[in-house]
Design a protein around this ligand. Structure first.
Ligand code: SAM
Length: 214
């Protein structure tokens, strides 16, 4: 039997790590802490929104879909988001979550503003014909310090995907477009230097956003 199992349940599609006693991963934008965060969202409160310069109808390209949270937060603020995810398993989970959100009375309008693409963002960026207002990059970094350990659902994603080894290549691809704003999100403990100095940096309690303006 393989370690990770992707299966349909009554609640939706879910991913189980059979080696670890932890709830399976099921992406759900309508419950828990995330739903609460959505209900009270403002640009001022959300660092990602400020870093992205979020405003209604802004075209956002999220190159690192993951659990879809950043994309969903930005769409809830009126942005039109293209979300790219290269792991087909994650993309299936996201697709399933977006379908459920579309049927949800309060989340349907938000989910409608998100277009999910299952592919490598570097491929998309090299052929992109519509220039977005902002590109968001939030790759997987190794979990180094105990204090900075990723929480909850992200733990299973980290075990399943490991570290993204081509972060710099993705960054270069984003910077080589005509996009006026590129935002890189990374943990505070990651001290690696990017090849370009950011125009601005916003610090959170465990993450930083480096903002590159053209
Ligand atoms: C840390 S997670 C992103 C979390 C996401 N921002 C959220 O709010 O849930 C990183 C994700 O980016 C994806 N990823 C990394 N490099 C990528 C690339 N070049 N193209 C598409 N997806 C990529 C990984 O597969 C992983 O699912």
């Amino acid at each position: 039997m393989s370690r990770f199992v992707l299966e349909k349940s009554e609640e939706g599609l879910r991913l189980t790590d059979t080696f670890v006693r932890q709830h399976p991963l099921l992406i759900d934008f309508s419950s828990g802490h995330f739903a609460h965060r959505l209900k009270n969202i403002t640009v001022k409160k959300e660092l990602i929104a400020r870093a992205a310069g979020a405003k209604s109808l802004a075209k956002v390209l999220d190159c690192t879909g993951g659990l879809g949270r950043d994309a969903f937060l930005l769409a809830s603020l009126g942005c039109c988001v293209t979300m790219i995810e290269r792991s087909h398993v994650l993309a299936f989970l996201l697709e399933d979550a977006l379908k459920r959100a579309l049927r949800h009375p309060e989340l349907g309008d938000i989910a409608m503003r998100i277009n999910l693409l299952a592919m490598d963002a570097r491929y998309y960026l090299s052929r992109m014909d519509v220039v977005p207002d902002v590109i968001i990059l939030d790759p997987m970094f190794p979990d180094r310090k105990k204090s900075a350990k990723v929480k909850g659902d992200m733990q299973i994603v980290q075990r399943f995907l490991g570290k993204d080894e081509d972060v710099m290549a993705l960054f270069d691809s984003a910077m080589n477009t005509q996009c006026p704003r590129v935002v890189m999100k990374r943990p505070l403990y990651d001290k690696s230097k990017l090849p370009v100095k950011p125009t601005n940096t916003m610090l959170g309690s465990s993450i930083r956003f480096d903002i590159f303006l053209r």
